[in-house]
Write a protein that binds this ligand. Sequence first.
Ligand SMILES: *Cc1c(COP(=O)(O)O)cnc(C)c1O
Length: 337
Amino acid sequence: MRLIDDHPKSTQIISDIALIIQYLQLDTDKLPPHVQNPSTFAIKIPAAFLGKIKRRTPNDPLLLQVLSPQILTPNLTDAPNHSYSLDPLCEKKFNKIQGLLHKYPSRVLITTTGACLVHCRYCFRQHFDYSANLPDNNFDAIMDYINADDNITEVILSGGDPLALSNRRLAHIIDRLCQSHVQTIRIHTRTPIVMPARVDLGLLDILRTALTQKNIVMVVHANHAQELDAFTTQTLQSIANLGVMLLNQSVLLRGVNDNADALIALSYALQKAHVLPYYLHVLDKVLGAEHFSCSTKHAVNLHWSLLQHLPGYLVPKLVVEEPDKLHKTPVDIYKHR
Ligand SMILES: *Cc1c(COP(=O)(O)O)cnc(C)c1O
């Protein structure tokens, strides 16, 4: 029996670092005898995503997203950088009631679950206190909050990853939102990219039903064209075919996608999957992600390249999240050129 089921339709999740290293045939000479899985934000990689990583390639752009460099290069220590923090977006301040963030006037965000199928090493919510912030026992209060504010036109299901919930629980949340005045339900999820088989017939049915009452937007999260293999592409197409508006957000990550060729290839791979590029985020300064940082000048140069080489509709908006702003902030591409 194979320990890792790396078929594109696999639903297995791997957290055993030794197994991952063996499977990817990485050079283990440099590894300490007992590599510890970090206790606060464990290594967690779906086998379907592992299957997209090239073997014997320590700088593979997908691998770098999910395995801390400290594991491959144990002597590496990040110089402390005091601009990095546990809560870079000051989300605590916008946590109006348990399970809900209300930062931008017309949209609220529900942290549906702390669970996610993949742990990305740059995740800005890797230190988020989910224990005090799940909507589970507070859904009536959340609905009261939404119903009391006519300015709220859209509810975003986030997490964690809302598709880490069972279809039954997800259907329950979406049903309740369908009964409210909001026009749009948006799902922020990386699941179709990292475990496409989770997008089962039951989930497609939930989306199909909700579409009879609301706009449904799904924002997925891919950073590199290599993430969009044939089955992932087909899965995204099947979601788009329902009438769901499909968008992608990426994070600009050093070593992963910080070159024009990679970003251009990503946009075309998304187009094939019927997904429009939405945002390219400048990295949030969260502790643990320092090694992914790119300069603003480099980000701006990349954006100019994209403008030159892609049709306008395939150029993502380059934005940075500033904790005190009531919107994502477009990076000033004239100032930093
Ligand atoms: C990013 C974000 C949103 C959504 O912003 P859009 O610009 O509409 O994509 C909503 N609420 C919070 C708290 C966010 O961080």
